[in-house]
Design a protein around this ligand. Structure first.
Ligand code: FES
Ligand code: FES
Length: 229
């Protein structure tokens, strides 16, 4: 057994996106993010161009082939190669959550996942969640609650919230706090963020449209009225 395999086997539970990486459970063992390990080539912060065959990954429903080394971090590939700036570079160490994306619907830290580890997986970034004209319900809820000051943490907050509400449609305060506990906000907008998650949950319970986008204003108002009743 080589060193890489030994380290891989020592890491539990295995990351669904990249078996050699650890997962940090936020609540009830639900995988929330990733922690770099010795086997985790997260050091690359700039895309290393490869002369070999391109790296093929699926991002926001589109298959892309990129001339990047497989050990390049997913965050670098998303931002530098694909121009997707929704995921933010914060700590680069898997600890702040600013870079959060969804890997097969699971919130994951793009800064510590090598791009080569997500072949065959569905990557969703903030750009794939909704648009300015047609926001996702979670995005709409964060706008409604004005849950930001500088906004740097919001990509991670929104992506983590989207993942939470997929598995827990009606979370209580404790579940929300647990799910977002590894997303850091230095501005202290936690109260507004908590309200935004509850609002997003109410909107989604009231009738999600097939594409996950915001319902009509009337439908939204009805949902919120019912939730507050
Ligand atoms: S930048 Fe990825 S967790 Fe901080
Ligand atoms: S709003 Fe500034 S870090 Fe959260």
């Amino acid at each position: 057994m080589n060193v890489r395999e030994a380290v891989r086997r020592s890491v539990e539970p295995a990351c669904p996106a990249y078996p050699g990486h650890a997962l940090t459970p936020a609540d009830s063992g639900v995988p929330f993010g990733h922690v770099g390990t010795a086997a985790h080539p997260s050091g690359a912060r700039t895309s290393t161009r490869s002369t070999s065959a391109g790296l093929s990954i699926e991002v926001n429903g589109v298959r892309q082939t990129i001339a990047a080394d497989p050990s390049t971090s997913l965050l670098t590939v998303l931002r530098n190669d694909l121009g997707l700036n929704g995921p933010k570079y914060g700590c680069g160490l898997g600890q702040c959550g600013a870079c959060t994306v969804l890997v097969d619907g699971i919130a994951a830290r793009a800064c510590v996942i090598p791009a080569g580890g997500v072949r065959g997986r569905r990557i969703t970034t903030l750009e794939g969640l909704g648009t300015r004209a047609h926001p996702h319900l979670v995005q709409q809820a964060f706008i409604d609650e004005q849950a930001a000051q500088c906004g740097y943490c919001l990509n991670g907050m929104i992506m983590s919230t989207a993942a939470l509400l997929e598995r827990t449609p009606e979370p209580d305060d404790g579940q929300i706090r647990a799910a977002l506990s590894a997303n850091l906000c230095r501005c202290g907008t936690h109260v507004e963020i908590l309200r935004a998650v509850h609002r997003a949950a109410a909107l989604m319970r009231a009738g999600r449209e097939p594409d996950g986008h915001a319902p009509t204003p009337t439908r939204r108002a009805t949902a919120l009225a019912a939730d507050e009743a």
